[in-house]
Each structure stands twice: as structure tokens, then as C-alpha cells.
Design a protein around this ligand. Sequence first.
Ligand SMILES: Cc1ncc(COP(=O)(O)O)c(C=O)c1O
Length: 483
Amino acid sequence: MTSSAASSSADTSNQSKNASPLHASSLQNDPRISEAKRLIAEAVQEHAASLDNVAAANPELSESYQAITQDYIRARGGPPLWPYFASGLGNGPYVELADGSVKLDFIGGIGVHGCGHSHPAMVEASIDAAIEDTVMQGNLQQNVPSVQMLSRLLALASESGAPLEHGLLSTSGAMANENALKLAFHHAQPANRIIAFDNAFAGRSIALAALTDRPSYRDGIPLAIQVDYLPFLDPHNPERSTRWAVNELKQLLARYPKKHAAFWAEPIAGEGGYYPGSHDFFAALCGPLREAGIPIIFDEIQSFSRTSRPFAFQHYGLDSFADIVTVGKITQVCATLYRKEFHPTSPILSQTFTGSTSAIRTGLATLDLLEANGCFGAEGTNVARHQYFAGQLEKLAAKHAGLIRGPWGEGMMIGFTPGDGSLDQAKMLMGILYDLGLLGFLCGASPVRVRFLPPPVITSTAHIDAAVDLLDQGLAQLKAKLG
Ligand SMILES: Cc1ncc(COP(=O)(O)O)c(C=O)c1O
């Protein structure tokens, strides 16, 4: 460093030192950090700029990609769900893979990339995190953004009246749900049963494997909790299916009095097949649950941020029923939010890690952008984009008769039933789409659907048009394959 450069950097660092009583704030506000951020943002944008369309793999990278795939297979003991190994760079909904291909990512790691790929605000938040001293925050090491994140989620969750006053962060949706169940069992002891819906998916811990309605996901695993299942809302027969579910619930309550610690529900069935809920359906169930004193848990790990409101329970006007709510995925760091009656009286909740500093900071930035970019509201982009996408899918259904039915879902959770609804045909179409450059994933069991979780913050109608165009080509290929 030249002497003049050295003295000028000393000047700027002295100036910034004087600006705040905290050394950490003066570091964050140091002009050198701002300049470094500016340069990084410029470089990321420049290198990502051409990733604005799907592209085929680069043959020169084929060998190295195969080596990555083989390393994965060796390490994991089997092939990946799909051959996705990303390079670490993207642009909006487009992501570059390590084989040089570019995909239109409408699944985002199952709902995680709310702002798409390499968004400048995510890069900036990650730099802010990198200059914090703590990689992972936890019960004994909370930095300030951790408190901000929890307060922010509680404020959003209670903004239309849900009395959710406390919470804690965690590193996965499964852990957030485990903590929710612990709070419910602790509160309702000695109750030992949970009520859930057919086709529920709650995560991969031992207790959640019992709750999740997929026997193969708990093969060989002892049943940790007792679960009773109710049928979900059938959109083709809303009144009859609601009556049926309420009758089943009443029978359960009579069969096991005081034995249920909670009713656990995804307001929109996610892994179960993108079945939307409704106010009337949930209100009809929540009435008898309230009378029986059974707490209501809404799992918003997939649905948060995708409807007209931050939480789908708000979208359906169910605020007064929300006793415990879990959130994750798009928020990067996960959380369990609860009414104060559920605050545990014994030390049942604690974690060395509650979230990484970059997850917390990027999560906060995502919450800012969801609001700033007008995702919410009856006329917000989540609702508008859903209507647009649904309309385009209906046109495709008319063009490719018998090959696509739906659409299903709500807001920025959208899916359709391909072909005959079998796993084979859904997988076949998913593979065709993957090769064409469109990333969507399966959900549901009978029928199996293809779903999309487009990034709410940045998805435009042009991106949806690009997806629909690829889907159009994919359906033509499916038709040719099926003969
Ligand atoms: C509704 C729901 N709950 C819980 C989970 C589990 O979250 P995680 O995979 O972060 O543990 C998921 C994940 O897909 C989910 O969709």
C-alpha cells in the first residue's frame, strides 16, 4: 500500500469509528465495506447478466459434471433425486448448473429462493453476515438480527389479530415443527395424540415421520406419537367434504376424550398435492376443536409468503384460531410462533444453533422485499401472478387435451395433474421439463401432480410465459412418448 493510500484508509476508518459508539456498527458503516459491496454487486451482476434464458449444458463440462455426480453417488450411497448441482450463480429465476446449463427455476429448492438467484439484496445481506463474528447463532449466542427476525415474524403473524406473542428460531422446518409439537404436548399433558389431515407432510424427524401420512417415510421407524387423520377439503365437493371432515373429527373427539394435544394442519396441503384450504372448511373444524380445548397448529413452512397475506392462515381469515404457527423455507431461518399460554414451564426447548447469521440476514431482506415488491394484498402480485399462470395452464389444458388437468394450488404455489395422474407419467413429464430447462417438482400421491413454487419477489408474467412455453413443448414430448 502506498503511504497516501495508507493514510487515506486510516482517515476513513477513523471517521467511521467516530460515527457510532459500537465498533461493529462502525465496521458495517465503514466506507471501505460499502465500496467492497458496490464492487461485488457490480461483479455479480456483470457475470450473471447473460443468464437470462434456458441453455443447454456445455459439452466441455460434461466430464467434470459426471465426476461431481459420481462423487455425490459415492458419498450419499445412491443417485440424487435429479441431476441438479448448481454452479453458485443465477439471475432472477434462472440458475446456472455446474454443467453450464441454465434452468428456469420454478421450484427453488422447494420454495426457498424467494428472491430468485443471486439477488443483489441477498448478496448484500450475505456480506453483512460475513463480517459478523458468528457464523451460526444459537440460544447462548444471539446477535441482534436474530432478535429482529423473531420480532419481525411475530409482528407479521399478529398483524391482523392472531395473538402470537412468543417464538423461537430454528434451523429447519422439521425442528420448528418438533418444537411446536413439544409445546402442544407440554401444554396438554398427559394428552398423547395429534390430529392431522390425510396426506400430511410435516418433516423428517422421528415424531414427524409418525405425523406425516406416508408409510414409506417411516419404514422401520418406531411410531413416536399417535396420530388420527381427517379428510381434507375436496374443492369439487366443498360442502359435503366439510361435513364429512367435521363428522370424522367429532367421532375422534368422542373416541379419545382429552387425548389430543393438538390439531396440526397445513392451510394449503403442500406435499399432499396442492389442495387449497378455505375459511369455511377450517372454521367448521376449528369450532369443535376450540370447544374441546384442542390447540391448533398451522404449519406454514411451505405456504408462508405465497398468498395474499404473509401467512395463509391470514389469507383464509383464521387468525383467531392460530395457537402455534411454524414457518420456514423462504424465510431461510425457521421459527415456531406461539400464544403466551403455550410458553413452557420446563426447559423443553433449546438449541446450540437457531440459525446461521446469513440465513437470518437474508431472511430479513426477503421479508423486506416481499412487502416492498407488492407481493401481498388482494391485488398483490401473488394473487395476480397466480391468476395469470392459472389462465395460461388452462389454455395448455385445452390445447393438450387429457395431458394436463388443473390448475391446483393457491397464489405462488401452483400445480397441475399431468397425464393419468400416475407417478410414472408425472415423473416422465418432470424429467422432460428438466431436460428442456424448466424446474418443477412432484407432489401428491393419488393423483401425483407437478408443482411450481416461483420466487414471489421477482417472478414476472414474462417468466411465466417462458415456463408455459417450455411446458407446452414438454407436453408435446410427453404425448409422443406415451404414443
Ligand atoms: C409443510 C411442510 N412442513 C415441514 C416441512 C419440513 O421442512 P424442512 O425440510 O425444512 O425440515 C416441509 C418441507 O417440505 C413442508 O413442506
